[in-house]
Design a protein around this ligand. Structure first.
Ligand code: ARG
Length: 458
């Protein structure tokens, strides 16, 4: 690359700064696929012969094998994966290899490689998230009879099915899955044939390139095509929200595994011990799920910040896109299988669930609703129910334990049917709307998810 224009060598320090081979070697498979398609397009245009195309093809497949098997020598002198592959190809094929870069730039080459890579990564993330949704649905089904308090402000609020709580995460994960699909679609445009920035000067058949590489459409502006990394931001955004959701799940599980809650027991296969305290069984998987949000959000901010204010078209700043994306891909790949296992092996303690329902005056809203159903305006009913809570608190009893005389002293409209109406069972059953925690509605949601996932598997 330098032998024509430059008299002096690159300094060692600049070589180290400039080279991306240590991380962009991850793109070698896509780079080889791109070059195979490019060779075919050059041959179709009469720029190389059929025989040269065949030699390039054989050479590239040999390079693929060498890299696959760890025998390839990557060199920092050659900067990046594109030059490493091309240089080896030339060593293998001579003049044929030297013709391959005709009309192509590393700018459209790297954009192509990166889009191919992200398409795959986004589809893989979609699949892993789907498996987690399936595990979550399975857990909801296993624990469908367990009732827990739902919390607002981390104060006990209303009884719900534990399954309802778990399915809340399934909903978040369904949205995450869609975002990965969207990210895959955003990456799914072929930029090859955009050249350095102005387009291809040999009339290369971009439609052929698109078909060969499995893209669904072409990019429509060469200047945008070589400088656009929006698709990578879309992927990182999807990863960010997924991690935010996993961190919330993590926090719930960390609380629930504490002795104070004691609601959940995590399997030995996903918990760790303490080097000092023999009794400890730590929810490290959750803490890592919560902790890794930082780097994944950081990766998103890093790329978006790199793009901000960049003049058109390609600038070397764009080389900074890769590590952020690779790190987020690696983070997803390390977390998602563990989360799946953790959810699949989750155990719940029925006795602790029952204990958590005691003492939080969870029935207060049912007391108010009881009066409301008797025609009392809600605000008045709310006041009366509040007084009942105060009275129960003073007598150190629960709302169902507060006697009928006590209720009647507060308001004459209370009757003996009150206690049935404020039972936990009643409070669950009356949330009988789409999205409510009534057991029959929760069963419907479990069925809906199971059908959805089963239909996709077919
Ligand atoms: N290693 C470069 C990158 O990752 C490839 C593109 C280089 N293009 C260039 N004109 N220097 O972005």
């Amino acid at each position: 690359m330098r032998s024509g224009r430059f008299k002096k060598d690159l300094s060692d320090a600049m070589r180290a700064l400039n080279a991306s081979i240590d991380f962009d070697r991850r793109l070698y498979a896509e780079d080889i696929d791109g070059s195979l398609a490019w060779a075919e397009a050059l041959r179709a245009r009469g720029i190389i012969s059929l025989e040269e195309e065949q030699r390039i093809r054989d050479g590239l497949e040999k390079i693929r094998e060498e890299i696959d098997s760890g025998r390839f020598h990557f060199s920092q002198e050659l900067e990046d994966v594109h030059m490493n592959v091309e240089s080896r190809l030339t060593a293998l094929t001579g003049a044929a290899g030297e013709r391959l870069h005709t009309g192509r730039s590393r700018n459209d080459q790297v954009a192509t490689d990166f889009r191919l890579h992200l398409k795959r990564a986004a589809h893989a993330a979609f699949d892993s998230v789907t498996e987690l949704i399936s595990a979550m649905t399975g857990a909801a089904e296993r624990f469908v009879d367990i009732v827990i308090p739902a919390y607002t402000h981390l104060q006990r609020a209303q009884p719900v099915l534990l399954a309802h709580h778990l399915l809340a995460y399934a909903e978040m994960l369904l949205r995450d899955r869609d975002r990965f699909l969207w990210a895959a679609d955003q990456a799914d445009a072929c930029p090859l044939g955009s050249g350095a920035c102005a387009g291809n000067q040999f009339g290369v058949d971009r439609e052929l390139l698109r078909r060969k590489l499995g893209f669904s459409r072409l990019t429509h502006n060469s200047m945008d095509a070589v400088s656009d990394r929006d698709f990578a931001c879309d992927f990182l955004h999807a990863a960010t929200l997924l991690l935010v959701h996993l961190s919330r799940l993590s926090e719930d599980l960390i609380l629930w595994t504490s002795t104070e809650f004691g609601l959940v027991v995590l399997d030995d296969s996903v918990t760790t011990g303490s080097s000092m305290l023999p009794q400890k069984k730590n929810p490290d998987a959750c803490e890592l799920g919560r902790g890794k949000v930082g780097r994944v959000v950081g990766n998103y901010v890093s790329l978006v910040t790199t793009l901000k204010g960049l003049p058109l078209t390609y600038n070397k700043d764009l080389q900074e896109d890769k590590e952020a994306v690779f790190d987020s891909i690696d983070t997803l790949n390390s977390l998602l299988p563990v989360f799946k296992l953790m959810v699949e092996t989750l155990q719940v303690r029925q006795d602790r669930a029952e204990a958590l329902l005691q003492g939080g005056f969870l029935e207060a809203i049912s007391v108010a609703d009881y009066l409301t159903r008797k025609g009392v305006p809600f605000r008045e009913a709310h006041r009366i129910a509040g007084k009942a809570v105060r009275r129960a608190e003073a007598l150190q009893v629960s709302l169902p334990e507060l006697g009928l005389e006590e209720y009647m002293a507060l308001d004459a409209r209370f009757g003996s049917d009150l206690f049935e109406a404020i039972s936990i069972k009643g409070a669950l059953a009356d949330k009988d709307v789409v999205g409510g925690t009534a057991p029959r509605r929760v069963h419907e949601e479990i069925d809906r998810l199971k059908k959805l996932l089963a239909a996709e598997r077919e």
